[in-house]
Design a protein around this ligand. Structure first.
Ligand SMILES: [Zn+2]
Length: 675
């Protein structure tokens, strides 16, 4: 018996992690693909296609496959091993082929087209209309309207693109892992915090360099070194290593891959009738067009640049007065910034940590969700989990009704990838008239408890927890009918609104007072410290904004320029970054060859989304500031129009329903101190 193919006999039908074995996945996926194909066959056998038997049936098709895949890929991210990774390489192509079989099925598409052509006579609800549009467009945008030879061409392009994307990422990873800075003279460690030195010594041990210290290009090693190491020459070495990844004209060079990918992407969208890749992508985004994105970025650039110039000048003066630095170089930036920040705002992580014991912060997040949306979280030990560090909660509303299952998984371990994310094991939808409630999870890599101290978070970790919890609320409060429009299934440039807005509560005294108390004395965080956190949050906002804009502009340039005009990646990048660069260029460095967000991840023609969503979250939070951060009416409206609405309606419409008007950038500019 394969537990993945049985009914889950667990509380709320949660995945039976205690029964699932790794070897169950492949046969279960194969069987579920067969089941999904049967679902599709059934749809295709309908003599008279209509909205229910075709469009809705398609939304439900392959339910079991979706469930098993999400369990598998969630584990591959949070608790993986060699065996699971090898399985992933086997399972991924099966799923891609299956999804292509559906999307390029001419008969199935013909049937969808029939329903679509009658859409004005069908008297559909707003949500039904969105589902019909999304389904139809999804097929068209994946080539359903193409001739057979063009379809073959598209399949080929997709295959090549996925290979190139994988290769791009593998090269960046290989370059990251290849380099290490070995320090054997203790005096060269000057300035580094003890915990970082300890980690470097441990890494040296692992690399058979006992008694030395090893630093790498991985974030937890690179960032602290650039921020704290007094040794300027070593900072330069490390900086140059970091910024010349995959551009050294050797077998790990990514320049040709970038050009090939841009050409293939362009061919793909030309097949589909678009001028540029950006046009294709932005059609299904809140921003709608490349022009709108460029206007947005350029306006922001105009506001941020004067401030950024001032900030760089201030830092140059500071470095000169402190160490007689005549020319501030890029490898000096983080180092002097940290010192200046500490001097100006009298605040640092070590001072704040004692107020942010993990258990207290979790309680704070839950209490905030309770005050805003009436939710309560009850730990349930009967819900199986995949690792002992994971806690499962049952979530109830103010009337005691079941809302969701919520998993929290906080600490790093070998089988977990870096970063923090929200995911779900089961989506929300109405099935056979019954509301299927979601199973949502957040996975983080927070500071672990030690022998002497509990887990004490940095302020950055606190905002990360609120951020991921905001995504989780979007999933847990979902109230849709169809899974493909429910919860976080929204446009890419809208999905960060619920998460980013939730971070705002961390800066408010009324919220911090609920949970930020000293882990030893119980003393509530002093108002003066809250003030300092707030002030420090605006430190170098002009420069940081400019940096984000520069990546956004580079991304847009790559994806809207005719690829035939991009022959020299180096020259192209330099030309695009010219308007936004304030420190002198470093010979030979290149950012594009490791810009994984756009060449490997899903951010192509989408990097602007981060800033875009910041406009929304600042503007939306302004209403909470006006009415009160725990104002029930405002919370109710946010829940109804944003958190529960998913992708049922275009996000611009949803936003206007909540805010009563279009979003305005003023709140963000004010928050960042740019106006
Ligand atoms: Zn996020």
């Amino acid at each position: 018996m394969n537990p993945l193919l049985e009914n889950f006999n667990t509380p709320f039908e949660t995945p039976p992690f205690d029964k699932i074995k790794t070897e169950d996945f492949l046969p279960a996926i194969k069987a579920a693909i067969t089941l999904a194909k049967t679902d599709i066959q059934k749809i295709k056998s309908e003599p008279i296609p209509d909205f229910e038997n075709t469009i809705v049936a398609l939304d439900h098709a392959g339910d079991r496959l979706g469930l098993i895949s999400s369990i598998f890929f969630n584990l591959n991210s949070a608790e993986t091993n060699d065996e699971i990774q090898a399985l992933a390489r086997e399972i991924s192509p099966l799923l891609t082929a299956h999804s292509n079989d559906i999307l390029l099925d001419a008969d199935l598409f013909e049937q969808i087209k029939q329903v679509y052509s009658q859409k004005n006579q069908l008297a559909l609800s707003e949500e039904q209309n969105t589902l019909l549009e999304k389904t139809y467009k999804g097929f068209v945008r994946n080539g359903a309207n193409l001739k057979e030879d063009q379809k073959e061409n598209l399949r080929k392009i997709d295959q090549e693109l996925s290979q190139l994307g994988l290769k791009f990422g593998e090269n960046v990873l290989a370059e990251t892992n290849k380099y290490s800075l070995v320090v054997d003279d203790e005096s060269q460690l000057s300035g580094l915090p003890d915990s970082i030195i300890e980690a470097a010594a441990q890494l040296a041990d692992e690399k058979e360099q006992k008694g030395k210290w090893v630093f790498t290009l991985a974030f937890p090693s690179y960032i602290p070194f650039m921020t704290y190491a007094d040794n300027r020459a070593l900072r330069k070495d490390l900086f140059i290593a970091y910024n010349t990844k995959a551009c050294k004209d050797d077998e790990l060079d990514n320049k040709q891959s970038i050009k090939d990918m841009l050409k293939l992407k362009n061919q793909r969208v030309q097949l589909l009738g678009y001028d540029s890749y950006a046009d294709f992508v932005l059609e299904e985004r809140m921003a709608k067009s490349g022009t709108a994105v460029l206007d947005f970025l350029n306006n922001l650039l105009e506001k941020a640049k004067p401030k950024a110039i001032e900030e760089v000048k201030e830092l140059e003066d500071y470095a000169k007065s402190l160490d007689g630095i005549d020319r501030l170089e890029k490898w000096d930036f983080a180092y002097y910034s940290e010192k200046l920040k500490k001097e100006k705002y009298e605040v640092d992580d070590e001072l704040l940590r004692p107020y942010f014991k993990l258990e207290n912060v979790i309680n704070g997040v839950f209490t905030t969700a309770n005050k805003l949306f009436g939710l309560t979280f009850i730990e349930n030990k009967n819900i199986p989990v995949y690792h002992q560090d994971v806690t499962a909660y049952e979530v109830k509303d103010e009337n005691g009704n079941h809302v969701a299952v919520f998993y929290a998984d906080f600490f790093p371990r070998a089988g977990k990838r870096n970063g923090a994310w929200m995911t779900s094991y089961r989506g929300q939808k109405i099935i056979d008239g019954k509301d299927q409630r979601p199973h949502v999870s957040i996975v983080c890599n927070f500071t672990k408890p030690t022998k002497t101290k509990p887990s004490l978070l940095t302020f950055n970790e606190v905002t990360t927890l609120f951020h991921e919890f905001g995504h989780a609320l979007h999933g847990m409060l979902a109230k849709g009918t169809y899974e493909s429009l429910s919860g976080t299934s929204v446009y890419w440039d809208f999905v960060e609104l619920p998460s980013q807005i939730f971070e705002n509560w961390c800066y408010e005294k009324a919220c911090l007072d609920l949970f930020a108390s000293h882990y030893e004395t119980g003393e509530t965080i002093p108002s003066s410290l809250i003030e300092k956190i707030k002030n420090a949050s605006n430190f170098q906002q002009g420069y940081q904004t400019l940096r984000q804009i520069s990546f956004g502009l580079l991304d847009m340039a790559y994806h809207s320029t005719n690829p035939r005009l991009i022959s020299d990646i180096h020259a192209f990048e330099q030309a695009q970054m010219k308007r936004t660069s304030l420190l002198s260029e470093v010979e030979g460095t290149l950012m594009s060859t490791s810009f994984s967000h756009i060449f490997q991840g899903g951010y192509a023609a989408g990097y602007y989304s981060y800033k875009w969503a910041e406009i929304l979250d600042a503007d939306a939070f302004e209403l909470f500031l006006e009415k009160g951060i725990f104002d029930l009416e405002t919370a109710k409206s946010f829940k109804k129009h944003i958190l529960s609405a998913g992708g049922s309606v275009h996000p611009s419409v949803l936003y206007k329903r909540f805010r009563g008007r279009e979003p305005k950038p003023d709140a963000l500019l004010k928050r960042a101190g740019l106006i």
